[in-house]
Write a protein that binds this ligand. Structure first.
Ligand code: BGC
Length: 256
């Protein structure tokens, strides 16, 4: 890294907003992460306020360095274009500019699953994997990040495939498992239906499962019968922050 300041990653999720400075050489946090509850009404204004608090906490190590921020939505440039599991007020908002104004630093905004995927490809379970890699995050929704030879195809939104007349994430996300109080076996049946469809469309070389539930992968991955190798994420819930910081650092032209 050329800059003396560490990049900061901030991950905006449905239940928590988390941030940490990232050591890009090690591929890990440079200080303990901070987590603040997402406000009940997660409007851009309320969330930007919390992101600013988090950035201020780490000002000593991150200085005026780049900041990567994830949102659970489609993003283009700094603008948010969808809102499946966040407040609708985000749609059409130039959140990148709002955050850059509030933080006084360059901000790169990206989809949460894309950020997690970037970290898995760069440092984690898909490190150095050639060909087509799909990173799927199983949380409140289903996020997807698609890579071809390490290069991200952004905003794939494969959690919203329609399967058997349902938006796939409403049946197969970890949120659906909890809401419907499913056993691992019952949930695995839904995952099987989902990932078989996905592999029939994309023919990936590897699928990586992210999200907090990936730490319990031994309960459900062995129940799946797929032709594609499927493995748990290595960086789990840290991946979004690490991938966001890496992407922001790249955008700032810093060599890693
Ligand atoms: C959103 C995606 C997001 C995923 C995981 C989906 O509902 O549409 O943009 O990546 O949830 O948070």
């Amino acid at each position: 890294m050329t800059g003396t300041h560490l990049p900061l990653g901030i991950d905006i999720g449905g239940s928590g907003i988390k941030g940490a400075p990232v050591d890009l050489e090690a591929g890990g946090f440079a200080a303990d992460r901070i987590r603040i509850e997402t406000p009940g009404r997660s409007t851009p204004k309320a969330v930007v306020k919390i992101a600013t608090e988090i950035a201020n906490e780490f000002a000593g190590v991150t200085g005026d360095g780049p900041v990567g921020v994830t949102v659970p939505a489609v993003t283009s440039g700094g603008t948010v274009l969808s809102a499946a599991n966040i407040d609708n007020a985000w749609i059409g908002t130039d959140a990148g500019a709002m955050l850059a104004d509030a933080l006084g630093r360059p901000v790169t905004l990206l989809n949460d699953a894309d950020a997690a995927g970037v970290a898995e490809v760069r440092y984690g379970a898909a490190r150095d994997t050639a060909g087509t890699v799909l990173v799927a995050t199983l949380g409140t929704g289903i996020g997807s990040a698609l890579f071809v030879d390490g290069r991200l195809v952004p905003n794939t939104e494969l959690g919203h495939l329609e399967i058997d007349g349902h938006d796939a994430e409403r049946r197969a996300s970890n949120g659906a498992r909890e809401a419907d109080d499913l056993s691992w076996e019952k949930w695995a049946k839904r995952l099987q239906r989902y990932f078989r469809h996905v592999e029939d469309l994309l023919w990936p070389d590897l699928i990586v499962i992210g999200g907090g539930v990936s730490k319990k992968a031994d309960k459900f991955l062995p129940l799946l019968d797929l032709r594609t190798p499927i493995v748990p994420a290595a960086l789990r819930n840290d991946a979004g922050i690490i991938g966001a910081a890496w992407t922001a650092s790249q955008a700032a032209g810093e060599a890693v």
